[in-house]
Design a protein around this ligand. Structure first.
Ligand SMILES: C[S@@+](CC[C@H](N)C(=O)[O-])C[C@H]1O[C@@H](n2cnc3c(N)ncnc32)[C@H](O)[C@@H]1O
Length: 270
């Protein structure tokens, strides 16, 4: 089994995605989407950004490595009656089913960053973008003090070291690495731009309940708990995550969760 696929089919990312819908919608509203635009959402999950893009009239294909998330996305499209939105399985490192120059816009929000072989990922995204098109990525930033980088850092501290040659997904949050990958794919450096942006995780109950969702349903956190359990350290990991989520929560409503997380927004016009 492909470990990248196994990681994301473990648990149920739709449970985490439910806390990210508002930010997904806001991000999409800002992308200048017009009816009929052809959009590829890569590492789309169950459609946090693909669904609002389709609601704006774009013709959207969501591609994701996890079969359970593809199925969940197709169910959401059907429930919403969106015939201009479909999801299919695929690997961002090798989009062999997709033709050259076929999309006006590639969106990948915390998606393609998790695929192995980042140089292949950049090459594939550029290949399927039509001349004059655009790629927009959202990537978490290594060592950033906000939520997701800290969850991944904490999780790594409890997990065995990655295999030799493993390239951390977080390197997609380093501007120099991003430039190196897209220039290797033939894009001039001045066609690559960066901005800091914020996603917000919202949950209708206290931060500890959102930690429970991550512990039960988010593959990377589930793996960290498995590793912690093997070392008798689950309570320690649990306490560390609850303290982190509580410290980052800035919800004005007691008993609910609203946590901002900074990411690197990358725009490429090949
Ligand atoms: C953090 S989730 C984000 C999902 C979605 N973009 C969202 O905003 O809700 C990461 C997604 O990337 C997908 N993914 C990981 N590796 C992938 C790969 N090699 N090719 C395609 N998708 C991949 C996972 O299955 C998962 O759905």
């Amino acid at each position: 089994m492909n470990p990248n696929k196994a990681l994301w089919e473990k648990g149920d990312f739709t449970r985490i995605a439910a806390s990210m819908r508002d930010s997904g919608e806001k991000l999409v509203a800002d992308l200048g989407i017009t009816p009929g635009m052809k959009i590829l959402d890569l590492g789309c999950g169950d459609g946090t950004t693909a669904l609002p893009a389709a609601k704006l009239g774009a013709d959207v294909l969501g591609v994701d490595i996890a079969s359970n998330l593809v199925a969940a996305g197709n169910r959401r499209a059907q429930d919403e009656g969106l015939t201009n939105l479909r999801f299919q399985e695929g690997d961002a490192s090798n989009l062999e089913d997709l033709s050259d120059d076929s999309f006006d816009l590639i969106v990948s929000i915390f998606g393609a960053m998790f695929a192995p072989k980042p140089f292949d990922v950049a090459k594939e995204m550029v290949r399927v973008t039509r001349p004059g098109g655009r790629i927009v990525m959202g990537n978490w930033i290594p060592n950033d003090p906000t939520l997701v980088a800290q969850i991944l850092k904490t999780s790594a501290a409890y997990s065995p070291p990655p295999p030799e040659g493993f390239v951390s997904p977080m390197t997609w949050g380093v501007e120099d690495d991003v430039v190196e990958r897209f220039t290797a794919a033939g894009v001039p450096a001045d066609k690559i731009s960066f901005a800091r942006d914020t996603y917000r995780f919202t949950f209708p109950s206290p931060p500890a309940d959102l930690v429970a969702e991550f512990r039960s349903y988010y593959g990377p956190t589930m793996n960290a708990f498995d590793a912690a359990e093997a070392n008798g350290r689950t309570d320690e990991l649990q306490d560390e995550l609850v303290a982190l989520f509580n410290a980052q929560n800035d919800s004005p409503n007691p008993g609910t969760t609203s946590i901002p997380a900074t990411f690197l927004r990358v725009t490429v016009t090949p």
